[in-house]
Design a protein. Structure first.
Length: 65
């Protein structure tokens, strides 16, 4: 699967560049990538390396406290 979070499934989001949205300017495409970091998750009792977004990493560390 392309770059997506292994937990929540967050993927890149497309849109237009806000600086080029005037009357006569052509809108240019841009892509916002999620902040994915390598991490270890447990699936069916087995530790697996996967890409996890930073929001999911924060949520997992907060619930562990």
């Amino acid at each position: 699967m392309a770059r997506s979070c292994a937990i929540c499934g967050k993927v890149s989001m497309g849109g237009f560049n806000p600086q080029s949205s005037g009357m006569n300017r052509v809108r240019t495409h841009r892509r916002c990538q999620p902040n994915l970091q390598p991490g270890v998750i447990v699936e069916k009792g087995v530790s697996v390396k996967a890409l996890i977004c930073t929001r999911c990493q924060r949520t997992r560390s907060k619930s562990a406290r």
